[in-house]
Design a protein around this ligand. Structure first.
Ligand SMILES: Cc1cc2nc3c(=O)[nH]c(=O)nc-3n(C[C@H](O)[C@H](O)[C@H](O)COP(=O)(O)O)c2cc1C
Length: 238
């Protein structure tokens, strides 16, 4: 069973030092969890991206195990950052980091940490981006989907848009580790019923260049999306 270490550090030296320590401790692969909120008004998007890319280069030079980078969806030009992350030495991208938003307690006026587990609809953000990035990055870059994966059909969707891996956290926390077995069995059943012989046959079959309408993954279908909304019954009859 491969063990993948996930690392989030704050200083450039810390990232490299702990990356080496994790490799020395026996990790089979390393994930850099680039989790930061870009709140400094002096820093430009280019500054932040350059710092992230320099970090990937530094860690890549320090360890030899496979390196994944967990990105946030909030870069101004995500496709460009993704491409540069791979060029900087990331073997794979994990999409996406889910930022936890603090809340206000109106009784104490404290800012409180709130961790809400994900909802199924959150899968759509990684689905869109994996569909877009898969043809762009080519077959050598691994892509992992994380956020909202909770069922076998979610895994099917992630694979179809081009993910190599579908990751689950909230679903396991909600249902216990047996959820993995259920989802894996469900995937096998779905593939049998739909006459897919292997995961590789599924993978990428619905990425942006494989679907009939590639613009569907971008903004071009904005009007169609808006028109797809219908009012709840009690509002239409009021
Ligand atoms: C309790 C908890 C702890 C987490 N710890 C980490 C962590 O240490 N590093 C990390 O990269 N992501 C961490 N995550 C984020 C998950 O890896 C995952 O990306 C996110 O929950 C979205 O996936 P999900 O919809 O399957 O939960 C954590 C999530 C939860 C709920």
């Amino acid at each position: 069973m491969p063990v993948i270490a996930s690392l989030n550090a704050t200083t450039a030296g810390g990232w490299v030092r702990y990356a080496k320590l994790m490799q020395d401790a026996g990790a089979d692969a390393l994930e850099l969890n680039l989790y930061h909120v870009a709140a400094d008004p002096v820093k430009t998007a280019a500054d932040i991206e350059a710092a992230d890319l320099a970090l990937i280069v530094a860690v890549r030079a320090a360890v030899s195990i496979p390196l994944a980078v967990k990105l946030s969806p909030y870069y101004s030009s995500l496709a460009n950052v993704a491409r540069h992350a791979v060029e900087a030495g990331a073997d794979g991208l994990v999409l996406f980091n889910r930022f936890y938003q603090p809340d206000l307690d109106l009784d104490t006026l404290d800012v409180v940490a709130r961790l809400d587990l994900s909802q199924p609809w959150e899968l759509r953000l990684p689905l869109r981006w994996i569909a877009i990035l898969r043809p762009e990055l080519g077959p050598d870059a691994s892509l992992a989907a994380t956020s909202g994966v909770g069922s076998a059909t979610d895994v099917v969707k992630a694979l179809m848009v081009g993910a190599d891996v579908a990751m689950m956290t909230s679903a396991i926390l909600r249902n216990g580790p047996d959820k993995i077995r259920t989802v894996e069995a469900g995937l096998r059943t779905w593939m049998d019923e739909h006459e897919y012989e292997s995961v590789s046959q599924l993978r990428g079959s619905a990425s942006q260049t494989s679907v009939e309408d590639p613009s569907a993954f971008e903004r071009a279908n904005y009007m169609r999306t808006l028109r797809s909304w219908s009012a709840p019954r009690d509002l239409t009859t009021a």
